[in-house]
Design a protein around this ligand. Structure first.
Ligand SMILES: [Zn+2]
Length: 256
């Protein structure tokens, strides 16, 4: 039985002189890892190979249970060429692809996350995706049940109103009130501004996918995000992701 789906390539490795193994985040089947035999031949059913961060139609034979599937066809539909012209956006896209790969299980479906991922790549490809880049990370964490608790203390559950929280802790599941912070060693500093921006990103992340950019031009937090606040938010998200995975993603060093 063959399955036809659409998906985005989030990882690839050469397998032999002519074949490759590709990790594809599909809309209907979730992440699949498959071998594309002969993919690198010019006249294959894979159009010469499956490019990282390209979106297309894939046909595969699922095999039994999880594990390596056999890819039989790939037709690229969107290569996000804008990314190839802007290294900074390309690196962000690499990072998101790695996170999708690391945080999702094989053949575990995440349709909405897939739509958000397409939206995020389009935004990055058009050069305006910094906010979308941050929001997608929060969405991904929400989708897999690992997003931080930001409205009340992760340890005692008391509402902090924001100002009192000076730390965030992955092991406690979110921000810490002043009373609890002293008793928790695994924690990271969070400034009131950092907390505010994380909350803003979370409320944006809870929305449905659209064709509109996450922030409209001139909206509070839009252009300003790029510099100071955006960097703070990324630092906090990096800490959260690193703690959740128990290691640094390989592409994290590319972010600046
Ligand atoms: Zn507390």
């Amino acid at each position: 039985m063959l399955v036809k789906d659409i998906g985005i390539c989030v990882g690839r490795q050469e397998y032999s002189e002519t074949s490759q193994i590709a990790t594809i985040f599909t809309r209907g089947q979730g992440k699949i890892r498959g071998i594309a035999k002969g993919a690198r031949r010019a006249k294959s059913k894979f159009g010469g190979g499956i490019e990282l961060l390209s979106r297309g139609q894939v046909v595969f034979s699922p095999g039994h249970g999880r594990g390596l599937v056999t890819l039989t066809e790939w037709t690229a539909q969107e290569n996000y060429l804008g990314l190839r012209r802007d290294l900074r956006q390309l690196y962000r896209a690499y990072y998101l692809a790695e996170l999708v790969d690391l945080f999702t299980e094989e053949q575990d479906r995440h349709e909405q996350l897939y739509d958000f991922f397409c939206q995020g790549l389009s935004e990055l490809s058009s050069g305006r995706g910094w906010e979308e880049f941050l929001v997608f990370q929060v969405r991904l964490l929400m989708e897999v049940g690992l997003s931080p608790q930001l409205s009340s203390c992760g340890r005692c559950g008391k509402g902090s109103g924001g100002r009192a929280a000076g730390h965030i802790s992955f092991s406690e599941g979110g921000i810490l009130c002043r009373g609890c912070a002293g008793g928790v060693s695994e924690k990271e500093r969070i400034s009131p501004a950092g907390l505010e921006i994380l909350r803003k990103l979370s409320s944006h992340a809870a929305r449905s996918p659209t064709n509109e950019p996450t922030y409209k031009q001139g909206e509070a937090g839009g252009a300003v995000l790029e510099d100071e606040k955006g960097r703070q938010a990324q630092k906090l998200l990096n800490y959260w992701v690193r703690s959740a995975l128990n290691r640094e993603p390989k592409t994290a060093y590319l972010l600046c």
